[in-house]
Write a protein that binds this ligand. Structure first.
Ligand code: CP
Ligand code: NVA
Length: 318
């Protein structure tokens, strides 16, 4: 198992990986998943020995924070929990915070609003690895778990089609990046005014491999037609709470329910990054159906993030 570090120091976007990094990440993730039963005997159980990884979360998190903390501990490293009000407040500039931290820690996992804050951390601290644990723009660690889950379900991914139905948000952007890079077609189905941002559409052409295509739709049934998996996310992301009522109205025709699933291929999977809102973006029936792989996605967060830490931090010091 090759664990050579990717060319980019940080993981702020799936596009910080080249396709071979993404393949390697998925291979390592599958291996650490299989090895997990070995506990302390697992070959990677000391991969982060003597290493410190800081956690800085400015928004709520169940999955991302728990799985990163467990990943660091199971790799033999140490977690340093930072207070967002101390590290991202008004006490000192972000660049100063980053330059302090890089004297102590090897990597930092950050959940914040602005992608620019992540970029500032990465730029100011050339020796510290920065990992995006969700920003307003992207959620790359989620996308790694999503494509791992698809590979477990399908084996080879090339030529498959995923339909993402809902807000063209952070989860959608990273899913577009990861699917296209692996040769998977992606449909993004959104109401007017909530489509995938233009910058993400432009990036898609460069990310695509093996002829995979991004197609944008506004009609839910059209977008889902022929899809091998249907993915949705909350209509109101963290930070948009004031818009929740308006969004509930705009997105109502985009609910993933049995009628919409019937337009997808027979046996199509249902995916969601969680947390889910039954009766809004997905019905309880679809969420609880045999097609739903949402808890596999959640489990795989742990394995892909372990792989990421092995590649970024352990391999960098190998
Ligand atoms: N999917 C996801 O990122 O979940 P959390 O917000 O709970 O971390
Ligand atoms: N789009 C959601 C994802 C949560 C994991 C948000 O940003 O709140």
């Amino acid at each position: 198992m090759s664990t050579a570090a990717p060319a980019r120091k940080d993981f702020l976007s799936v596009l910080d990986f080249d396709p071979s990094d993404l393949e390697r990440c998925l291979e390592i993730a599958a291996q650490v998943k299989a090895d997990r039963t070995l506990g302390r005997q697992a070959p990677t159980s000391a991969a982060l020995a003597g290493r410190h990884i800081a956690m800085l979360f400015e928004k709520a998190s169940l999955r991302t924070r728990s799985t990163f903390e467990i990943a660091v501990v199971e790799l033999g490293g140490n977690v340093v929990s930072l207070q967002p009000e101390a590290a991202l407040g008004k006490r000192e500039p972000v660049a100063d915070v980053a330059r302090n931290l890089e004297r102590w820690v090897d990597g930092i996992v950050i959940r914040t609003f602005s992608q620019r804050v992540l970029e500032e951390f990465a730029r100011a601290a050339p020796r510290m690895r920065v990992i995006n644990a969700l920003s307003d723009d992207q959620h790359p660690c989620q996308a790694l778990a999503d494509v791992m889950t698809l590979r477990e379900q399908w084996g080879p991914l090339r030529g498959r089609t995923v339909a993402y139905v809902g807000d063209g948000n952070n989860v959608a952007v990273s899913l577009v990046h990861a699917t296209l890079m692996l040769g998977v077609n992606i449909h993004v189905v959104s109401p007017d005014g909530y489509q995938l941002p233009d910058w993400a559409v432009q990036q898609a052409a460069a990310a695509s491999r093996h002829g995979a295509r991004l197609r944008l739709f506004s009609d839910a049934a059209d977008g889902v037609a022929g899809a091998d998996a249907v993915y949705t996310d909350t209509w109101t992301s963290m930070g948009q709470e004031a818009e929740a009522e308006r969004r509930r109205q705009v997105f109502a025709p985009y609910q993933v329910n049995d009628a919409l699933m019937s337009h997808a291929k027979p046996g199509a999977l249902f995916m969601h990054c969680l947390p889910a809102h039954r009766g809004e973006e997905v019905t309880a029936d679809v969420f609880e159906s045999a097609a739903s792989v949402v808890f596999d996605q959640a489990e795989n967060r742990l394995h892909v993030q372990k792989a990421l830490l092995v590649m970024l931090v352990a391999a960098a010091h190998a």
